[in-house]
Design a protein around this ligand. Sequence first.
Ligand SMILES: Nc1ncnc2c1ncn2[C@@H]1O[C@H](COP(=O)(O)OP(=O)(O)OP(=O)(O)O)[C@@H](O)[C@H]1O
Length: 479
Amino acid sequence: MGDLSSLGLSDWLVKQCKQLGINKPTPVQENCMPAILEGRDCMGCAKTGSGKTAAFVLPVLQKLSEDPYGIFCLVLTPTRELAYQIAEQFRVLGKPLGLRDCIIVGGMDMVAQALELSNQPHVVVATPGRLADHIRSSNTFSMSRIKFLILDEADRLLEQGCTDFTKDLEVIMGILPAKRQTLLFSATLTDTLQELKNIAMNKPFFWESKSETRTVEELDQRYILTPEKVKDAYLIHLIQTFTDEHDDWSIIIFTNTCKNCQILTMMLREFNFPTISLHSMMKQKQRFANLAKFKASVYKILIATDVAARGLDIPTVQVVINHNTPGLPKIYIHRVGRTARAGRNGVSITLVTQYDIHLVHSIEEQIQTKLKEYPVQEKEVHKILTQVNVTRRQCEIKLESTDFDEKKEINKRKQLILEGKDPDLEAKRRAELEKIKSQKKLFKQKIQENIERQKHRQLKKKLMKRKQMKKKKAAQTTV
Ligand SMILES: Nc1ncnc2c1ncn2[C@@H]1O[C@H](COP(=O)(O)OP(=O)(O)OP(=O)(O)O)[C@@H](O)[C@H]1O
């Protein structure tokens, strides 16, 4: 492994790296940085926690120091928290340059952001939706001279998941110069490789870490097979044993919905665990505050939806618990990648119900690793089962008495308005779709029933025939 200066970084930058404990480049840095410094487009695919952020931040800072102007670099990333984390890396490593950065994410004051953009910062780190809003609504800034476009978690930005960035990306691409360097990074690039290659047009340098497995060796990956109803008791038991056995610890628990996230947080607090939550129905300021408290170990447990699955770098996290088995292997890879980062050890425990076994198989196939069973003292779990289930029900009732569901509905309507849709028309459209769906289902059911009936009739006929034949034969032999 070479050192940082032999890769083409200036002394001031190498010194800055050392102050942050970056002494030797990681493989993704060693391989991608020279290509970026040569001026090539680059696609880097390396495991979680392997230093992909510095792999693009360092060459950008190097180039910026040679010819400083704003706006020099645009970084796009799928979540707001990640945008702050990336901007922080730029700020810390670029301090000797007097680097000016600007963070453009949803949920924060748009006027203040517009002002910052008009001051020509060197680096803009943004989530696509809010940046596209700025482009649509003002002409006080220009990105026509940017040198670098970086898509961090590039596959997420391009996939059409629950948050679809495609329209916003089109708006953004429309104001960027064709002559630029495009850098794409993620731990899971391969699924969307072709779309990504279309964005990085100039025969990108492609580097993927060679490894049979897609998760890091330092990660101990476990599962617990549990009926749905006993899941929470297992969770409480796991946390209790973990707190009993470790002094300096921190856990992230991933769950599938904002509501579940809220209920689990309330529940764990009832059991006196220092818990805080992070999900998209929280106000942005609260999201940042909660994450900061978790990072500072004021709270040891973070319960989050997949909004925290990608990119977050919190070295103290030793355990990741999947309260639900992720539906996609790629989500699993990112979730468990919140621990065992940068060579540290970590454990991940996935709670698996009988309905999730096929999901575990496809996860194992993708990561090329078999999950091992996590040993649990069943007796201890059964002792707390009733208490846990009663507490959950109480928390559910408590949450129902707040306006949580109402807020969810309002948020949905707001989102539709922002997308230029009429919420009432959308509701009508969705109701009609539901009606068609259920009619189709009914129709299918009827056809199935008819087929079954026909089969039954044919079978009956066959049996009757066989009986008659037997009778006939019997009659003939007696004659
Ligand atoms: N060369 C290095 N030596 C030691 N530590 C490093 C080095 N490069 C980066 N790090 C540290 O490793 C940690 C993980 O880096 P980073 O967040 O960039 O990972 P990543 O590959 O982007 O992970 P993810 O896919 O989860 O986003 C950070 O705390 C970072 O400061």
